[in-house]
Design a protein around this ligand. Structure first.
Ligand SMILES: *Cc1c(COP(=O)(O)O)cnc(C)c1O
Length: 417
């Protein structure tokens, strides 16, 4: 399968890319639910630990089921290697900590998933790592914020929950000029909307818990190394031994052999298997998520009780042009809408019958949440404003049900406001 991988189109790659035949002709990756792997001789295990041989040792460090998913995700994102992790936050923490050290700075888009924002602003700050937040649509501010301590630029392809769409290629140009890697969280766009490596992402991170898994049956994350960043740099002396030995695999080697091994946020084999199942249908599901979201956004935008709708696929969205170009006419499955006030937002959520009220996106089911009182409840008004989270805002992750039923659910709930 490896030989043909280069010629595969994207939808085919989701199913066949990076795969290998299983034992007994199995067409599925076996779930190797084993913590450790035995060898006949002490010499063999010594060779493995000394890096003279390649093989499985202990599931925190590697496991055949995890490796199978890593090869598939690397193929899908056109990366040179991937590491799967226990969660999306584990992927972000592990990948970022592999790059930055105490005294370094991260330059990040201010429009972030809540967990990432709190990691950067609070948790990493306690370890001497400072994050400067900039409006991702203000490229001049971004370029001006780079300084001698900057070691990483971080951005989300579609801000969650702000729904803003930064110009990733422009971010990449600034990162390249500054000699620092660009890390892109592509969870909301998924590889279906864009292979962000082509736009210049050096490292891609995903919460596979969302659209990639697609049926909300397990939490997971992934780090994909584009192999594009030159780690042979005075800014990254800590990569020097890894660069010498592994060349453009230096990031993956340092992350896997040091940070991922030490932090220990490894994925469970069963969860990796489930993510792989989801990956096979990503294109089909995303096509429907995008189509349904566009239909629901159009319906909501025309409804008299809806104050505003934020969806990059609406022609009057300020992000339509960049999203249209970057994602080739597809805009994802998440939107936000504004009602008159918080009580109206709560009444809408309470009035929906089909849509589930919960903290997740990317399920087959339509999901809603009131971010200001839940996932963003801990943030000050100022931070909420920065993230675009207002009291009247409801976030919708549009599912793959029949669009007519989704629209009818919202129509009924809005009529009853
Ligand atoms: C959910 C999410 C994460 C965190 O992923 P978990 O799997 O929940 O840890 C990170 N980034 C984005 C954009 C997300 O939506």
């Amino acid at each position: 399968m490896g030989e043909t991988a280069t010629g595969m189109r994207f939808d085919t790659k989701l199913i066949h890319g990076g795969t290998a035949p299983g034992p007994y002709g199995a067409t599925k990756t076996p779930i190797i639910q084993s913590s450790a792997f035995a060898y006949d001789t002490a010499e063999e295990l010594e060779d493995l630990f000394k890096g003279r041989a390649i093989g499985q040792v202990y599931t925190r460090i590697g496991n055949p089921t995890l490796e199978a998913l890593e090869k598939r995700l690397a193929a899908v994102e056109d990366g040179i290697a991937a590491i799967v992790t226990a969660s999306g936050m584990a992927a972000i923490t592990t990948a970022v900590m592999a790059i930055v050290r105490s005294g370094d700075e991260i330059l990040s888009s201010a429009s972030l998933f809540g967990g990432t924002y709190s990691l950067f602003r609070d948790t990493l700050a306690n370890y001497g790592i400072t994050t400067r937040f900039v409006d991702p649509t203000d490229l001049d501010a971004l370029a001006a914020a780079v300084n001698d301590a900057t070691r990483l630029i971080f951005v989300e392809t579609i801000g969650n929950p702000k729904m803003d769409v930064p110009d990733i290629a422009a971010f990449a140009a600034i990162a390249q000029k500054s000699g620092v890697p660009l890390m892109v969280d592509a969870t909301v766009s998924t590889p279906y909307l864009a292979r962000v490596k082509e736009l210049g992402a050096d490292i891609v991170v995903h919460s596979t818990s969302k659209f990639i898994n697609g049926t909300a049956n397990s939490i997971g994350g992934a780090i994909i190394d584009s192999g594009s960043f030159d780690w042979n740099s005075a800014k990254f002396p800590h990569f020097e031994p890894f660069y010498r030995k592994y060349r453009n695999f230096a990031f993956t080697a340092r992350t896997r052999k040091l940070i991922h091994k030490d932090f220990g946020a490894c994925a469970a084999p069963l969860n990796a298997f489930l993510v792989g199942e989801g990956l096979e249908t990503l294109a089909l599901r995303m096509e429907r998520h995008c189509a349904n979201a566009l239909k629901l956004a159009g319906f909501l935008a025309a409804h008299e009780k809806v104050a505003w709708v934020n969806y990059p696929g609406l022609p009057d969205s300020p992000f339509f042009e960049v999203a249209n170009r970057q994602f080739q006419g597809r805009f994802g499955g998440v939107l936000t809408l504004g009602l008159a006030d918080k009580p109206s937002a709560f009444r809408l959520i309470n009035g929906l019958k089909l849509a589930k009220n919960l903290a997740n996106i990317g399920d087959t089911k339509t999901l809603v949440i009131h971010p200001a009182s839940t996932i963003c409840a801990d943030y000050s008004l100022e931070v909420k404003a920065l993230m675009g989270v207002s009291e009247e805002l409801v976030r919708v992750s549009v599912g793959i049900e029949d669009a007519r039923d989704i629209v009818a659910d919202f129509a009924r709930a809005l009529d009853n406001l």
